[in-house]
Design a protein around this ligand. Structure first.
Ligand SMILES: [Zn+2]
Length: 268
């Protein structure tokens, strides 16, 4: 069996509450030998650490997602540093900026919206500082905000590498990210009919510049599309990425696992 890692899962989400041991066992059986479970709030990050303590193959990232800044304290450096000291915490994440709006959606309260975006930037910076101080890399979420995300990230990029997860950007954008020493990671979107952008990026990505992930419970790859996604589904994503790059499954395994081990140095 060919080994792969799921570098981005949300095992603390309620979707997995009923059958987490089976989910992790199915991943192992499918050759997914490492899973990074990612926090999206301080409370969720604590749960991610607990899950990492329960399963040898699971590691944790801790952080506050830009979609959860409204319910977060204004100052999180102390709490996050304490979580980051745990030996199974391998990154700070997920962190970043999310300026997504549904098409045609009006801004109900421009004042509140501006405050929300300012808080997103403030918490993103605080978490980059914590990562730099802890010697950890960061898992970056960006949606409709690539340019502002890169602007906030760039001053930290000599101290911290980022994985721009769930990559859906263009090839020139990918080149900007990798020029900073940072990475992309590809989800099951690569298997979707409308995932051409992701396949183009996967084909163009230089050696050692990308990883594989599920973002489960979201984004199940074909043929599971629309169902709950889980880490074992990396086994369906990997052959498509290998075919897109014109390499063997074994070569893709060696490359992506080595990239992940160097990006998450505490993972081993
Ligand atoms: Zn995520």
């Amino acid at each position: 069996m060919t080994e792969f890692f799921d570098t981005h899962a949300h095992l603390d989400f309620p979707d997995f509450a009923a059958d987490l041991p089976e989910v992790v066992a199915r991943a192992t059986a499918a050759g997914i030998t490492r899973i990074v479970t990612i926090g999206t709030t301080l409370e969720g990050s604590r749960r991610a650490v607990e899950i990492a303590e329960r399963f040898p193959s699971v590691f944790a990232a801790v952080g506050v997602h830009p979609g959860h800044v409204d319910e977060s304290p204004d100052e999180i450096r102390g709490a996050l540093s304490a979580l980051a000291a745990h030996p199974k915490v391998v990154a700070i994440g997920e962190i970043g900026l999310d300026f997504f709006r549904r098409p045609g959606e009006a801004v109900p309260d421009p004042g509140a919206d501006a405050l929300n975006r300012a808080k997103q930037v403030s918490l993103f910076r605080q978490q980059l500082e914590v990562a730099a101080a802890a010697g950890l890399n960061v898992v970056v979420h960006t949606r409709d905000s690539f340019r502002p995300t890169l602007d906030v990230f760039r001053p930290y990029s000599s101290a911290v590498r980022g994985v721009f997860h769930c990559w859906v950007g263009t090839v020139p954008e990918l080149e900007e990210v990798t020029a900073l020493g940072s990475l992309a990671s590809f989800t099951g979107i690569a298997t979707f009919k409308n995932g051409g952008n992701v396949r183009a990026a996967a084909a163009a990505a230089g050696k050692g510049t990308f990883m594989l992930e599920t973002d489960c419970p979201f984004l199940a790859p074909v043929p599971h599309r629309g169902k709950r996604c889980e880490p074992s589904h990396v086994a369906e994503l990997a052959p498509l990425i290998a075919a897109t790059r014109g390499c063997s499954l074994e070569a893709l395994s060696a490359e992506t696992c080595a990239t992940a081990r160097s990006f998450f140095p505490r993972m081993g």
